[in-house]
Design a protein around this ligand. Structure first.
Ligand code: AMP
Ligand code: GLY
Length: 426
């Protein structure tokens, strides 16, 4: 089949890389793609958020399957339009994508469906929000309701920090419309995991577990980012935990959406925390996690094209996934300054040398200017390896990264530290 992938980040590079290696796929087209994706797919210069141009592209290319990578076009209704035009699509319709597009919708639905999550309030009025912050005290969590590329969550250590965050969000300063409603959440403590599911109506197929490091700095310190590294499997997700996430989180939320007339076809991502008080849902996303997708695709042995088409055509029942044993680990290399402002256009060299060390380099925020590879985004590369143990995978990636020649890039030195410590203690 011919597959059209929408998007141009690290997640889409990993998806294209895996689709290219799928026996059922003979051609991958990617819009817009990136310089790394060019090796796996024919890239077409159509933006991932340009719905009209994407519809025209689909009409011209006639793909057998469209895989929508990022959340923005899903929330905008790209999947609805593609389905209406007769295409097989992996990605939810607008009504189901609201699960990610609106945290207030998502939290309320969790509450209605009895899905475990942190206590919360939704506010549009700053004074009322401040009142709640005063009553609940710090630490406390403030979230912009709308899409904010992973940056709309402030874990405030003091009441003042929380108050500043809600005032800033409600004034529309940092997050625009996405901050016109804020969620105030109880602060939870525990280990986090990413639990991803391929969903096709009532059929829910879990992927292998993974864990992401959202904080910018070593030791999980500093501000939240889109994700600075990830690995799979996450040892804290035992079979019992995986089962509980499926039965108490994924199934009830998919059923609650269906009751609202929003059938889910696509990828459901549950960010969960294992607290002393049991499992809690931190968030839902409606697409593959980035960077979780990178290690997951490196471990997946099954034909990705076949599975995603089966989901799109509602014949997922009975399909199983096969995973490579061992661990896969991805370290994100970001532009110095990210998640705040950074300088673009710096030359990046040494990618071939990194790959010669046995790592796969997924491009996230790169561009080519006069044939030279440069940084063009905050998160730029995802250097990924698979090995028999998580420690070995970690050593492989960090050894390979020494070959990268980009002085303006930085990365965390401790991705998967918890899993490595667990392995060491065995
Ligand atoms: P989210 O985008 O909602 O998953 O939040 C991003 C990150 O913020 C999570 O991965 C957690 O590390 C942190 N976080 C979110 N909600 C809470 C909470 N209620 N308590 C503690 N940390 C949280
Ligand atoms: N890595 C977290 C996310 O994709 O939202």
């Amino acid at each position: 089949m011919k597959v059209l992938v929408v998007g141009g980040g690290g997640r889409e590079h990993a998806l294209c890389w895996k689709l290219k290696r799928s026996p059922s796929v003979h051609e991958v087209v990617c819009a817009p793609g990136n310089p790394g994706i060019k090796a796996e797919a024919r890239c077409v210069n159509v933006g991932a958020e340009d719905i009209d141009a994407l519809m025209a592209l689909a009409a011209a290319e006639k793909p057998d399957l469209v895989v929508v990578g990022p959340e923005v076009p899903l929330v905008a209704g790209l999947a609805n339009q593609l389905r209406a035009a007769g295409f097989a699509v992996f990605g939810p319709d607008k009504a189901a994508a609201k699960l990610e597009g609106s945290k207030s919708f998502s939290k309320r639905l969790m509450y209605e469906a009895n899905v475990p999550t942190a206590r919360f309030e939704v506010h549009v009025d700053a004074d009322e929000a401040v009142e709640t912050i005063r009553v609940w005290g710090a630490p406390i969590v403030i979230k912009a309701s709308g899409l904010a590329a992973g940056k709309g969550v402030i874990v405030a250590q003091s009441e003042q920090e929380a108050i500043d965050a809600v005032r800033d969000m409600l004034a529309g300063n940092s997050f625009g419309d996405a901050g016109s409603q804020v969620i105030i959440e109880e602060f939870l403590v525990g280990e986090e995991a990413s639990c991803l599911f391929i969903v096709s109506g009532d059929t829910i197929l879990p992927l292998a577990s993974s864990q992401d490091h959202k904080a910018l700095l070593d030791g999980d310190m500093g501000p939240n980012t889109g994700g600075m590294g990830a690995y799979s499997p996450a040892p804290c997700v035992t079979d019992a935990v995986a089962d509980a996430v499926l039965e108490t989180i994924a199934r009830p939320i998919v059923a609650a959406l269906k009751q609202k007339g929003a059938e889910f076809i696509g990828l459901l991502y549950a960010g969960v925390m294992l607290t002393d008080d049991g499992l809690k849902t931190l968030e839902f996303n409606v697409r593959f996690g980035d960077p979780e997708c990178q290690p997951l695709m490196c471990r997946l042995k099954s034909d990705l094209g076949e599975v995603l088409l089966a989901a799109a055509e509602k014949r997922l029942d009975g399909i199983e996934l096969e995973w490579q044993e061992g661990s896969a680990l991805c370290v994100v290399v970001a532009s110095d300054g990210y998640p705040a402002a950074f300088e673009k256009g710096q030359t990046i060299a040494g990618i071939d040398a990194v790959e010669a060390m046995g790592a796969t380099v997924f491009h996230a925020g790169t561009a080519e200017v006069d044939g030279v590879l440069v940084n063009a985004g905050g998160r730029v590369l995802g250097v990924t390896s698979v090995a028999a143990s998580v420690k070995e995978a970690q050593q492989l990636v960090y050894a390979a990264l020494k070959k990268l020649d980009w002085p303006g890039g930085f990365y965390r030195r401790d991705i998967a530290y918890r899993a490595v410590a667990r392995e060491d203690n065995k």
